[in-house]
Design a binder for this molecule. Structure first.
Ligand code: EPU
Length: 424
């Protein structure tokens, strides 16, 4: 199992180029299932989760080609032939986002069998809202032997437009129902829809494919179903969480970094908190320049749905708070168990206590390197940030979690002057 070894204390300096967003790429890859014509994608990040999704799509029958062998971010997906409408337990247990094939397969093939995801390290994460929405659109859904077995009634075959109000805001739930609705008969209204930029990016591709969607970027999506969708070309939106992670790294380790090829307009809540922490930030249309001198100041925050502070940045900003002057409280409102990094940060010398869904952080002047274990994707990123700021050597074990969602993170940090290496 690979590990990352780093020696903290070197300020970061230089430029970093942000990849396409993982959480936009995953639903966008699944959207190819909605048409028998080719979808050309650019700016797809080269990550383990993307490779897992491509493997699942290939099992379903999609052909995947890379026109330029040296560029894995540019690919052509062709779902002319669907040979299986199934996502097996083996695939779904590897990556929960596999659930995103349910809506597209059901609406195009009129039946789909997808393993029900189990619990997850960060929370129970049920998919009841995905199922409720598809049922409202006329699907018959049974849970049998651990699988969601969904079908639409013949002879009509198509899902029917419906008005759907989800009990909570769900990102992949909105994406699944949005994709399903594109080929349904009649109009679907998704109320309480997630407004995350990744949902908007998926919707933009669907419109290019011929879908009729209004309200993109709002919490009310109106989809007028069409009979067929066609091929399209699309570049995936830059990853706001990767950009935010590098900004936190600068805030913790110090230095001056130009974050290129990002979308600052999708990072308002993160930028506001980092400015409060003392990070000097200059913003252009697709870049952010960040400079940190001295120790960060503690900032309290609570996670919430977009446009508020993202849960996917909670662990990284907590690492900054761990070495900040002052104390802070961090409240996690999206997932019930997303504090697994706390014990590991404490192994590095942080002083963090948990009370319910709130972490209370007393900033420490210095952290000291140690061997720590990554427990999930964003937890791994927070440990790397803490390790870059700590004195001495830190080793982060189980970085397969990091590889699921960050495109060559240690190489990018090396280019910024960090003393970091991967140990095989
Ligand atoms: N929920 C339900 N029932 C449902 C759906 C969601 O109870 O049917 C609950 C969840 O348990 C959670 C809350 O609603 O408490 C929000 O979950 P959501 O469905 O929005 O999460 P998700 O779609 O499974 C996506 C991202 C996550 C990100 C969350 C929140 C993808 C592939 N994943 O997950 O990304 O944290 O939205 O923004 O888009 C990550 O990248 O590290 C990551 C975990």
């Amino acid at each position: 199992m690979d590990k990352l070894r780093m020696v903290g204390g070197t300020p970061l300096k230089g430029e970093v180029v942000i990849a396409g967003a993982k959480n936009a790429a995953l639903p966008i890859l699944c959207a190819c299932l909605l048409t028998d014509q080719a979808i050309v994608l650019r700016n797809v990040p080269d990550l383990q989760d993307v490779r897992t999704m491509l493997k699942l799509l290939q099992e379903i029958g999609v052909t995947v080609t890379f026109p330029d062998k040296a560029d894995r971010s540019h690919m052509v997906l062709d779902a002319a032939v669907i040979k299986s409408s199934e996502a097996t337990y083996e695939m779904v247990k590897t990556m929960r986002a596999s659930i995103l094939v349910l809506g597209p397969l059901l609406t195009r093939m009129h039946s789909a069998k997808v393993s029900l995801p189990g619990g997850c390290a960060i929370g129970a994460r049920p998919v009841d809202q995905h199922i409720k929405g598809l049922k409202a659109m006329g699907a018959t859904i049974k849970i049998k032997s651990g699988y969601i077995q969904a079908e639409t009634k013949l002879p009509l075959g198509r899902l029917k437009g419906a008005s759907i109000l989800t009990d909570m805001i769900t990102v992949t739930g909105t994406e699944n129902l949005l994709m399903a609705a594109t080929l349904a008969s009649g109009t679907t209204i998704l109320e309480n829809a997630a407004r995350e930029p990744e949902v908007g990016d998926l919707a933009e591709l669907l419109v290019k494919m011929g879908a009729k969607i209004s309200g993109i970027g709002t919490d009310r999506l109106v989809i007028e179903g069409v009979e067929k969708l066609h091929g399209a070309e699309h570049a995936v939106i830059p990853d706001r969480i990767e950009a935010g992670t590098f900004l936190c790294a600068v805030a913790a380790a110090g230095g001056e970094v130009l974050v290129k090829h990002c979308r600052p307009d999708t990072l308002d809540a993160v930028i506001t908190k980092l400015k409060d922490a003392g990070l000097e930030i200059e913003v252009g249309p697709d870049w952010i320049k960040a400079r940190m001198q001295g120790r960060p100041k503690a900032v309290s925050f609570r996670t919430s749905e977009y446009p508020a502070f993202p849960t996917d940045m909670q662990a990284q900003l907590m690492a900054v708070n761990a070495i900040a002057s002052g104390s802070s409280t961090i409240t996690e409102t999206i997932f019930e168990n997303r504090f697994m990094h706390v014990q590991e940060l404490n192994r590095l010398g942080a002083d963090i206590a948990i009370e319910g869904n709130t972490a209370i952080v007393q900033g420490e002047e210095k952290l000291s390197g140690a061997i720590v274990m990554a427990t999930d994707l964003r937890a791994s990123a927070s440990l790397v940030i803490a390790g870059l700021a700590a004195q001495g050597e830190t080793q982060v074990d189980r970085i397969y979690h990091l590889d699921r969602g960050y495109d060559r993170m240690e190489q990018k940090l090396t280019l910024l002057g960090a003393n970091i290496e991967r140990i095989k």
